[in-house]
Design a protein around this ligand. Structure first.
Ligand code: NAP
Length: 283
């Protein structure tokens, strides 16, 4: 693999660029972006070796699309049109149903692999890119059987070389599970941030009193609305379902408080402590 093109050199695209270069210094990383200023920044941070345009994609051994999911749905068919017969196109989008659907009948469907690396931070843009972001993290691959076998092998070798574990899922299961594991956490954090901002108009007080509990719970509220709005739009049904369940739990907790039923308040928290075992991998 000699020429890798990354469309969208922000947190995910830039971090992949760093790790790929780390394991294979001879690879030439070409960056493609909407804004020239973003490409200039990626070049000055050494995330990419060269600037490129969509017309250069015919020379790519591999293309990684890491732009918001609505933009991915629009661009992916064009990128597949341009890829050579032996080239591989992958996307890193946080939703998978709409992305897989838009290329289901594309003549080059076998040149595409749908993935979602479960790794990230609340920061965005080229300066957010990190070395080793994907080490020890899971990469969810959807509809692997629809990708040409040789291209699957190429992709899997790359993921394993940068330290990722692989899980396979169909796009529907992916979008349903990820609504709980990621999308709900982001909404919960955004709305916690909103609630506190509205109440505490004096921002200095928030800053002074922000112990690690508030700071860590509200961390995701710093995330980019440009990236998250299209995710919620594409995964609307699943996200609404998770919100219904979450709101019911909040209401029930409030009711226990109103009834002075602190045994149930205690039980709610005690039962939820089980999350410790799950997250420590011992459940
Ligand atoms: P990011 O840091 O904001 O970078 C995205 C890049 O896409 C930007 O550099 C921007 O370049 C470009 N872009 C933004 N809007 C665009 C549009 N409408 N059309 C074309 N290009 C656009 O975002 P990211 O966190 O790397 O996310 C990239 C993809 O990875 C998304 O699909 C996201 O769902 C997925 N993902 C994110 C995470 C996470 O935690 N952040 C984790 C796993 C997967 P310009 O400045 O040139 O516009």
């Amino acid at each position: 693999m000699k020429n890798i093109y990354i469309i969208g050199v922000g947190l995910i695209g830039g971090s992949l660029a760093k790790d790929i270069k780390g394991i294979n210094p001879d690879v030439v990383i070409h960056g493609i972006s909407r804004k020239q200023t973003t490409l200039d920044e990626a070049l000055s941070l050494n995330l990419i070796d060269k600037k490129a345009t969509l017309d250069d994609i015919e020379n790519a051994d591999m293309v990684i699309i890491s732009i918001p999911v609505d933009a991915t749905v629009k661009l992916l068919p064009t990128v597949l049109d341009k890829i050579s017969d032996s080239g591989l196109v992958m996307d890193a989008g946080s939703t998978k149903v709409d992305i897989c659907k838009v290329v289901e009948n594309h003549p080059k469907r076998r040149n595409f692999l749908a993935m979602h690396p479960i790794a990230g931070t609340e920061h965005s843009g080229p300066s957010a890119a990190l070395n080793g972001l994907f080490k020890g993290k899971t990469n969810i691959i959807c509809e692997v059987e629809k990708t040409a076998f040789k291209l699957q092998e190429k992709a899997l070798k790359l993921f394993v070389d940068i330290g990722m574990r692989i899980r396979y899922m169909n796009p529907e299961a992916h979008d349903k599970h990820i609504a709980y594991m990621s999308h709900l956490s982001h909404i919960s954090s955004f709305m916690l941030g909103k609630t506190v901002l509205e109440k505490e108009k004096n921002e200095r007080d928030i800053f002074d009193m922000a112990g690690s509990g508030f700071e860590s719970t509200v961390r995701l509220a710093k995330s980019s609305p440009e990236m998250w709005t299209p995710i919620f739009k594409q995964n609307k049904e699943n996200v609404i379902e998770t919100l219904d369940e979450y709101i019911n739990n909040l209401k029930q907790f409030k009711e226990f408080m109103e009834k002075d039923d602190f045994d149930e308040v205690y039980n709610e928290m005690k039962n939820t402590n089980y999350i410790k075992q799950i997250l420590n991998g011992i459940a």
